[in-house]
Design a protein around this ligand. Sequence first.
Ligand SMILES: Cc1cc2nc3c(=O)[nH]c(=O)nc-3n(C[C@H](O)[C@H](O)[C@H](O)COP(=O)(O)O)c2cc1C
Length: 524
Amino acid sequence: MDTVMDFLAGTPWWAWILILLGLVAMRDIFFQKAHTISHNFPIIGHLRYWLESIGPEMRQYFVANNREELPFNRIERGWIYASAKKENNYEGFGTDRDIYAHQHIFVKNAMIGYQVPKGHPNVEDPYFLPCAKIIGAYNKRKKPYRPASVINVSAMSFGSLSARAVESLNQGVGKSMAYHNTGEGGLSPYHKTGGDVVFHFGTGYFGVRSREGNFSMEKMKILVDENPCIKAIEIKLSQGAKPGKGGVLPGAKISPEIAKIRGVEVGKDVLSPATHTAFNSIPEFVELIENIAKETGLPVGIKGAIGKLDQWEELADLMKKTGQGPDFITIDGGEGGTGAAPPSFADHVSLPWVYGFSSVYRIFKERGLTERLVFIGSGKLGFPAKAAMAFAMGVDCINVAREAMMSIGCIQAQICHTNRCPSGVATQSKWLQGGINVPLKSDRLAQYFKTFRKEFLEITHAAGYEHPCQFSMNDIQVNVDDDYLSSDLEAVYSYQKEKVPFADMQELYDCVYLGGKAFSKKTT
Ligand SMILES: Cc1cc2nc3c(=O)[nH]c(=O)nc-3n(C[C@H](O)[C@H](O)[C@H](O)COP(=O)(O)O)c2cc1C
């Protein structure tokens, strides 16, 4: 025994390293069969795997220039972070963008901009920017709703986001008078901490699901009765990142809490089919919308990513004929985000937002239906100039998902699908989400929304308008090609937006259907 101990003690440190490397080399050559590189280049082959794994971080921190990353480049992320923290979000020395590049947006400023008069709601509150239309007014729903903010949190479920992230977003929308779309995972306790809520469901019917997995009107009614924070209901047809793609929620992820919220069984795999079981045709779809609106009294809308147009035309024709149909339509762009999707879907299925939205808006405009609908846009629109373009094309509100995530700390690690999100936003790991300070992060979301609205109003005023609903297609240009470098949106997308009825901001401020704290503040 003493001889062995003497031998071990007498072996120099570098010999131990050589022994270890020898063992790794033997394993690489003789025992592992999975990696050719390690077999052919023992030991140093491991470097390749390690460097590859840290490559994205290295590129993001050191290599990528300010404008080249996707989905959001460093300047865009930096603007959101600074806005959320109420830090200096300005740029020095002038733009670093190639303003002659394809699709670059120009907002036409007026010679003399809009001057906010004394006593105007924006003198007291420079962040006050509600939706110019009332959702559900045309269809005379029992409880119409005017969103008190033109920027709101897009559908993201508890499940794809952590409990603390959902709670931060919800408290944040409460503080900034916006609404919070629940996403497909049902209404969780974390969605009920202060903000207006749009309840969203898809083919899994989570939260409003019968034992057999079908839509349950009974559950829908109970949910709405018990939760006055729900102001509208959104039926998801598709989302830009994965239209027509179902999903499986593995049993291992279904904790008792998630099971209760989603209305499913603990530990059992749950299938979200690719299509709905509650309807199978456009007339059946409209019937479901009307039934939900009648039973709950709430406005009901739909969310879709755009590809073929024939069924949208059928919907518009039926709406014209019957006077029935959705109260709002959310159009998501193919560039939209997701918790997880196959690249073939995320990269290729459905049109980018500008093409999808312009095609669908035109269909409803041609039939004279735009006034009765509220149009909502989503797909990287959470920046004031992009929002100006979207309003000029016909949206009344925008929803933001990843921009909202970034405002509460997401660093665009792009690993939402692995449950290893380093910022704790898109994970169910208790440890990783432990770093999220809910009061602080909710302030950040609220501040991002307020800064966005203030800058959006400033752009609107520079263009000579009081409210962004007044933007027309001729107020914005985009670069289209080299012969005739930029064109008005009207020429590019071949339609003119229908005028949104708008008297003044005071009327919106005084509206009894105004959501968020603005209304509660006025009535208390
Ligand atoms: C983590 C995550 C989860 C999402 N979950 C849903 C969902 O449940 N239902 C849905 O319709 N869209 C979902 N989306 C799409 C967003 O609601 C939104 O439409 C899309 O990301 C475009 O907005 P953005 O560019 O501001 O992120 C999700 C997006 C992300 C990033």
